[in-house]
Design a protein around this ligand. Structure first.
Ligand code: SAM
Ligand code: SF4
Length: 329
């Protein structure tokens, strides 16, 4: 699948639920209204859409949400999608999780063929963790991370950089991830969805984070080989990798190889744009995949060049109205 700007689309992110057991302050408001469960694609339908994408050349599938591990029986989906790893059609099956349910699922994920996972963690301090996530229990996530390590899963920690919230912990996070053999990726907060407060004060450009880390750590650029949007550096002192995802300060769209499917079968061609293609109707129209495949091709044919996020006091409305949990991070 090649889009109108010559980019090859080889990476599908799938939000299997918009629900979550946490309410991170930058992601959701406290009183979220979620989609009625009847609107969701079934696990069988999700498998069918993912498999159609794999047939069209997708090499990397990331299961996300909302919190993917709160979707009932989600392990069935992982087990079934694992068959594409066995045939070699798919190179990577992975997930992004908040880690709260990882302790129960880590071994099973590994057995299904998952090799690496992303776990979101914005603080090493238990009290602060709860204030950022509103409802989170830090010890649960730590147990999940230990279980992931024991299962032999490679772990990347995702940390949203929040001014005045966790910006005094970045050195500790580099040291902690390094000593655990985890990668660490910093993310800029993006203006997606109403969170019931202003994002301006929390926004912290990663150029500043990188400069500050450079005072304590020896960081040198290394080529990115994970197929995602992060730019990586190697930390000489820990030997670990530190990545930066900068959708705000650096336009990462030129090399975008991704599209995103929601749990109701809507395909977003860009995280920062509203254009969407409905795949649920063609999926349900026929037992043959022909209408679905045609709809996918049509959608890829209108993937936009990029997005233009702005966070400042004049633009204090979200750039897109949907929350990150709809299309997944
Ligand atoms: N619940 C899972 C988790 O937290 O890892 C998966 C979904 S979550 C939407 C995926 C990632 O998006 C997380 O790392 C989260 O920190 C990030 N995220 C959510 N809202 C964001 C925003 N407005 N700006 C930047 N990153 C955001
Ligand atoms: Fe839930 Fe992930 Fe959003 Fe936090 S970032 S509220 S864990 S979906």
């Amino acid at each position: 699948m090649i889009d109108p700007f010559g980019r090859s689309i080889s990476y599908l992110r799938v939000s299997v639920t918009d629900r979550c057991d946490l309410r991170c302050v930058y992601c959701m408001s406290e009183d979220m209204t979620f989609l009625p469960k009847k609107d969701l694609l079934t696990l069988e339908e999700l498998d069918r859409v993912c498999s159609a994408f794999v047939g069209l050349g997708v090499k990397k599938l990331r299961i996300t949400g909302g919190e993917p591990l709160v979707r009932k029986n989600v392990m069935t989906l992982f087990n079934n999608l694992g068959r594409h790893l066995k045939t070699g059609a798919l190179e990577e099956l992975t997930l992004t999780t908040n880690g709260t349910q990882l302790a129960q699922h880590a071994q099973h994920l590994k057995a299904a063929g998952v090799a690496r996972i992303n776990v979101s963690l914005d603080s090493l301090d238990a009290t602060r963790f709860t204030s950022i996530t509103r409802w989170g229990n830090h010890a649960e996530v730590m147990n999940g991370l230990n279980a992931a390590k024991d299962a032999g899963l490679k772990v990347k920690i995702n940390t949203v950089a929040l001014r005045g919230v966790n910006d005094d912990e970045f050195d500790d996070l580099v040291a902690w991830t390094g000593s655990n053999g985890f990668d660490l990726v910093f993310i800029e907060t993006m203006p997606m969805g109403d969170i019931g407060s202003d994002r301006t004060d929390q926004y912290l450009p990663l150029s500043m984070v990188r400069a500050r880390l450079g005072q304590r750590w020896t960081l040198s650029s290394i080529p990115d080989n994970t197929g995602g949007p992060a730019r990586y550096m190697r930390c000489a002192e820990t030997g670990g990798r530190v990545g930066f995802i900068t959708p705000m300060t650096h336009n990462f769209c030129e090399s975008c190889n991704r599209v995103r499917l929601t749990c109701t079968g809507q395909l977003y061609m860009c995280l920062g744009q509203d254009d969407v293609a409905d795949l649920r109707a063609p999926l349900r129209k026929s037992e043959s995949d022909a209408p679905l495949v045609a709809a996918i091709h049509e959608a890829i044919g209108r993937k936009p060049k990029g997005h233009d996020f702005v966070i400042d006091r004049r633009h204090n409305k979200p750039a897109v109205s949907r929350h990150m949990s709809v299309t997944g991070g």
